[in-house]
Write a protein that binds this ligand. Structure first.
Ligand SMILES: Cc1ncc(COP(=O)(O)O)c(C=O)c1O
Length: 249
């Protein structure tokens, strides 16, 4: 969407180990006049990176609008879950979705922002087209109420087991990754000899659909040796998927 609008996109490197480069973010504002940052501070898709409290405060102080995507926030797989603050401040717009925590078929999301912006958005004619049907909204309200803790506990238990199963399957492949503290995927580094786009294409011919790194890059070119493996499937499906991936090498 942003590319179609000829928006100038500046990539900001993120890794599970080193987090976000705030110096580069500040430089994007100062030198390139960046006005909006889209960040996933909690278990970023695809790296699983998690922003510490100091970085959140630094980012919130920058003179730009920050869209903090909190879609993964409740998918904290640490025991006990962490207690990092929300990325919050006058310039921050928080967005979330029920599709990752509850069910991917429930396409209900939300925006938490200042009253003026919320009023403008409600008055925008696109609002009606983008809103999911009332029945789905009511179902989401029900699920996000008192029963949410139970849903989340079950979801986290499954995701933790699936993530660990996937990591074990990959242990002797020579590919590397950092075990994410939360979220839905494992961010695999294939090494410099293997191009993720080629491997994903070969895997697709065997019936295994995976998203190669460049699709997550603002320039669609970097991250050439990374592949995202979702840990959302059941252990037996993950076992089959890794077998197909290895056969696709
Ligand atoms: C960080 C993040 N935000 C938002 C979305 C989209 O969520 P939805 O399914 O509600 O469109 C995704 C989907 O992968 C995501 O990873």
């Amino acid at each position: 969407v942003l590319t179609d609008r000829r928006t100038r996109l500046l990539p900001l490197p993120v890794s599970a180990r080193h987090g976000w480069d705030t110096t580069r973010l500040a430089d994007a504002v100062r030198t390139h006049g960046a006005r909006i940052a889209y960040l996933v501070p909690d278990f970023q898709n695809p790296t699983g990176a998690h922003m510490d409290a100091t970085t959140r405060a630094q980012v919130a102080r920058l003179p730009l609008t920050v869209i903090a995507d909190e879609t993964m926030r409740d998918l904290d797989l640490r025991t006990p879950p962490g207690s990092e603050p929300h990325l919050a401040g006058p310039g921050v717009i928080q967005i979330g979705s029920a599709s990752k925590t509850v069910w991917s078929g429930l396409r209900v999301g939300w925006i938490r922002a200042g009253a003026d912006l919320v009023r403008d958005l409600r008055g925008n004619p696109l609002q009606a087209q983008l809103s999911p049907p009332p029945l789905e909204q009511l179902i989401a309200c029900e699920l996000l109420g008192d029963g949410l803790d139970e849903v989340l506990t079950d979801r986290r238990t499954r995701l933790r087991a699936q993530r660990d199963h996937l990591a074990a399957l990959l242990a002797d492949t020579g590919w590397t990754h950092d075990l994410a503290d939360g979220g839905l995927s494992l961010w695999l580094h294939l090494g410099t000899d293997t191009k993720a786009t080629d491997l994903a294409a070969r895997a697709a011919r065997r019936g295994l659909a995976l998203t190669p790194g460049p699709l997550f890059a603002a320039d669609r070119a970097t991250l050439a040796h990374h592949l995202r493996l979702p840990s959302t499937a059941t252990p037996d499906v993950l076992t089959r998927a890794v077998r197909l991936l290895r056969e696709s090498l």
